[in-house]
Design a protein around this ligand. Structure first.
Ligand code: PLP
Ligand code: COI
Length: 343
């Protein structure tokens, strides 16, 4: 039996809770240098660091789980390594090598193994790799020095309802510009999303739905998750396609699950906001969000209600949730290459 931290695993919430070890690497003089594991949660940087002046930063989010067999695994970490690589390139940062990303993941999760929530708790170990410009700049240009860190924390559900449906509202603000940074995981996108999120929260909603920034006609995503919809006849999953949303690994996975494991038809296409009333289920999907059913979308004085609203998730959403979490926890056979064993 592995040793476990003394935590209330079933009531963790989604908050920062530092674990003992974090992985650090630094980019200096044109190459990445591994600094290894550190027990210091504080970061000390120059007052003119690129992150502080011009927000040059990117990050990732993935999870480690204890499976039904007592193994510690991660879900498709190769895709996080790849997305972080692409994000860094787009932000003119030196990409962190993908194989080093996986090595860092192994080291960090192993070092903090007592923080991985036990099987059956409903919680998981959230892994947050991030990279920022640590060298000084004052002219607007990429920094010459960067820091990569990978931190972990045990977390519960992102939305308070967990698998219960939430109500969200339509935002009047945009998250990303057309041909901007919406398709990469840059911290600046999240700074952009906060105004809308806080407004939604102030009105009692769990999150907001962003429309496309060019025409405000199509569904984009929320501040931290992609969307999917299920047709009235329960035969088809429809998910928005857009150049300004994050290519969610969870969404790509549930598209596969829907098509190859649940026998649904899948359409990835532009989804008009005006067609939402014709769908019977709606969900948000992401690493933190997992699959969060949406019962109600509030749109300027009217409510669009899916299935039984806030009472319970629809049957297809339940199946998607059970299959995806079953794959992650080892109770459902995973498609080839999806589960990365750490210990
Ligand atoms: N969209 C945004 C804006 C996100 O921040 C996230 C979270 O990572 C997602 C979608 C879901 O992506 P993934 O499933 O890869 O976690
Ligand atoms: C994630 O799901 O990993 C994210 O980065 C989303 C964020 C809202 C926590």
């Amino acid at each position: 039996m592995r040793e476990l931290k003394d935590l209330d695993w079933k009531n963790l919430g989604f908050i920062y809770r530092p674990c003992d070890w974090r992985y650090v690497a630094e980019f200096k003089d044109g190459s990445w240098q591994e600094k290894g594991l550190s027990d210091d949660p504080e970061v000390r940087i120059n007052e003119c660091a690129g992150i502080l002046q011009y927000c040059q930063e990117c990050f990732e989010g993935l999870k480690a789980y204890e499976t039904v067999n007592g193994e510690i695994v991660c879900f498709r970490p190769d895709l996080n390594a790849e997305r972080m690589y692409n994000t860094a390139e787009y932000l003119c940062m030196p990409p962190f090598p993908k194989e080093k990303f996986i090595e860092a993941l192994e080291k960090t999760v192993k070092a903090n193994i007592s923080c991985v929530p036990p099987y059956g708790s409903g919680a998981s170990l959230y892994v947050r790799p991030y990279m920022f410009a640590s060298g000084p700049v004052i002219g607007v240009k990429p920094s010459e020095e960067y820091t990569f860190r990978m931190i972990v924390m045990p977390v519960g559900p992102y939305y308070k309802g967990g698998a219960k449906p939430v109500a969200i509202m339509v935002s009047d603000f945009d998250r990303a510009a057309p041909r901007g940074t919406g398709h990469v995981k840059a911290g600046l996108n999240y700074a952009m999303s906060m105004h809308a999120h806080e407004e939604a929260a102030a009105h009692g909603y769990a999150d907001n739905l962003f429309l496309d920034p060019a025409e405000r006609k199509y569904v984009e995503e929320s501040g931290g998750a992609n969307f999917y919809f299920i047709t009235e006849d329960k035969k088809k999953l429809v998910t928005p396609k857009s150049d300004s949303i994050l290519p969610s690994i969870t969404r790509r996975s549930i598209v596969y699950v829907a098509e190859h494991m649940l026998g649904l038809e899948v359409e990835e296409r532009k989804v008009e906001f005006s067609e939402l009333e014709s769908f019977s289920e709606c969900g948000m999907c992401g690493t933190a969000a997992v699959i969060s059913p949406v019962g109600v979308i509030h749109d300027h004085g009217r409510d669009i209600v899916f299935g039984k609203g806030l009472e319970e998730a629809g049957p297809v959403t339940k199946k998607l949730y059970d299959t995806l979490t079953g794959i992650q926890l080892g109770t459902v056979e995973a498609p080839e290459g999806w589960i990365y064993k750490i210990a």
